[in-house]
Design a protein around this ligand. Structure first.
Ligand SMILES: [Zn+2]
Length: 337
C-alpha cells in the first residue's frame, strides 16, 4: 500500500482515528424534514452543512463523512435531481475541504457514498455496469470537491460493495467500505462478518479500511468487529449510540456519552482502528469518546459478556457465522444513517 494519500499517512502515524457520528440525526435537529433529500442543502443551506462538519471536528473527530450519502443518480431521481449528481457531491466535499483545512490539524474528508437503493442483479434489476457507473459519477464529484477518500457505507449486498470498489478505481481514488449488519448478525443480503473480511481481502481495488456501520445496537456492532479477526486491513467501527428503543412507532438511540466512551475503547480493544458513531451519536458523544481513547489504556480483546455488560444485550443469539442465520430478505430502500 502506498502512503501517498492523507488517510494512509494518518493510519501509519496513529494508533486509532476518531471518525464522526450521525449525519441524519444532526440534520434532522437542524430542521431537515423527513423525505427531504439532505444533499440539496449543500446548495441551499451550505452554512448548516459547514456547521455539521465543524461540530464533529470541534468535538475531536479526525475524519468526517460528507453530506452525500444519497447522492447517487438512483436516489436523487426520487426527487427529480438525478442530473445534479456531480454538483451536489462536489459541493459536499468542497465545504468539507474548507472545514478540514481550517482546523489546524490533519482532518480527513471522506466522501460518503450510500447504497443505490436498488437491488442488484440477478435478484434485482440493477446491473453491475450501471451500479459502477452510478458510483463513479458520484466519486468524480467528490474528487473534484477535494475529498481525501471515498467512503462507501451502510451497504448490504457484496455486489454493491464490489461496484463501489471498481468506481473508486475508475476515479483513481483510495476508498473505504462499511456494511450494515442488521439482520441477526448478518447484512440484509446475508453476508457475515467473516464474509466481509474475506471479500475485502480479495477486491481488486483494496480498501484502506473496511468494517461495519449502523446495523442494530453498539453491542451487536462490536460482535461483528470481533468477527473480522485475522484481517490485515485496518478495521472501521461506526456503531449506533446504544441499543435501539422503539418509541411511537420509530426507532431511536439514547445511549449516553459515557456509554459511547466505553464503546469506543471496547471497539479499539476489539481490533478497530477507525472508530466513530452512527445513529444517535452527537458531538457530545464524540467528545466523550475522544477523551476516553486518549486517557484509558488499551485492554485485552473483550469477551461477548464484557461487551453486553457495558453496552446492553445483542439483538440475536448468534452472530450469523454458525450457519444459523436467516435467509436474505429484500427491501427496497435503506434508511438514512
Ligand atoms: Zn446508523
Amino acid at each position: 500500500m502506498t502512503n501517498s494519500d492523507a488517510l494512509s499517512r494518518l493510519l501509519a502515524e496513529r494508533d486509532w482515528i476518531l471518525a464522526d457520528g450521525a449525519t441524519g440525526t444532526q440534520l434532522f435537529n437542524m430542521g431537515l424534514s423527513a423525505g427531504e433529500p439532505p444533499e440539496l442543502w449543500n446548495v441551499d443551506h451550505p452554512d448548516r452543512i459547514r456547521r455539521l462538519y465543524s461540530d464533529a471536528v470541534e468535538a475531536g473527530s479526525d475524519l468526517f463523512l460528507t453530506n452525500s450519502f444519497g447522492g447517487n443518480a438512483s436516489r436523487l431521481k426520487l426527487h427529480d435531481a438525478q442530473d445534479r449528481v456531480f454538483e451536489l457531491n462536489r459541493l459536499a466535499a468542497e465545504i468539507g475541504r474548507e472545514v478540514a483545512d481550517a482546523s489546524g490539524r490533519t482532518v480527513i474528508v471522506a466522501g460518503s457514498m450510500g447504497p443505490t437503493g436498488d437491488i442488484m442483479a440477478p435478484m434485482g434489476t440493477l446491473t453491475h455496469e450501471s451500479a459502477v457507473e452510478m458510483f463513479h459519477e458520484q466519486a468524480e464529484g467528490l474528487k473534484a470537491g477535494g475529498a481525501d477518500v471515498l467512503w462507501s457505507e451502510t451497504i448490504s449486498a457484496p455486489e454493491e460493495l464490489k461496484a463501489a470498489s471498481e468506481a473508486a478505481k475508475l476515479a483513481d481514488m483510495p476508498w473505504c467500505g462499511t456494511m450494515s449488519f442488521d439482520t441477526a448478525g448478518r447484512t440484509m443480503m446475508g453476508l457475515t462478518s467473516a464474509g466481509l473480511a474475506a471479500l475485502a481481502g480479495r477486491l481488486a481495488q483494496k480498501p484502506l479500511a473496511f468494517g461495519a456501520n449502523c446495523g442494530v445496537g453498539s453491542s451487536d456492532l462490536l460482535r461483528t468487529v470481533l468477527g473480522f479477526e485475522g484481517t490485515n486491513i485496518p478495521v472501521i467501527a461506526k456503531g449506533n449510540a446504544g441499543i435501539p428503543k422503539y418509541h411511537d412507532g420509530h426507532i431511536h438511540y439514547d445511549g449516553t456519552p459515557e456509554l459511547m466512551a466505553d464503546y469506543a475503547c471496547l471497539a479499539r480493544d476489539s481490533g478497530a482502528t477507525i472508530i466513530g458513531g452512527c445513529c444517535g451519536t452527537t458531538p457530545d458523544h464524540l467528545r466523550s469518546m475522544r477523551a476516553a481513547l486518549e486517557t484509558r489504556p488499551r485492554g485485552d480483546r473483550p469477551t461477548l459478556e464484557q461487551i453486553t455488560e457495558k453496552l446492553g444485550g445483542f439483538s440475536s443469539e448468534s452472530d450469523g457465522t454458525d450457519g444459523a442465520g436467516p435467509a436474505p430478505r429484500i427491501t427496497r430502500r435503506r434508511a438514512r444513517t
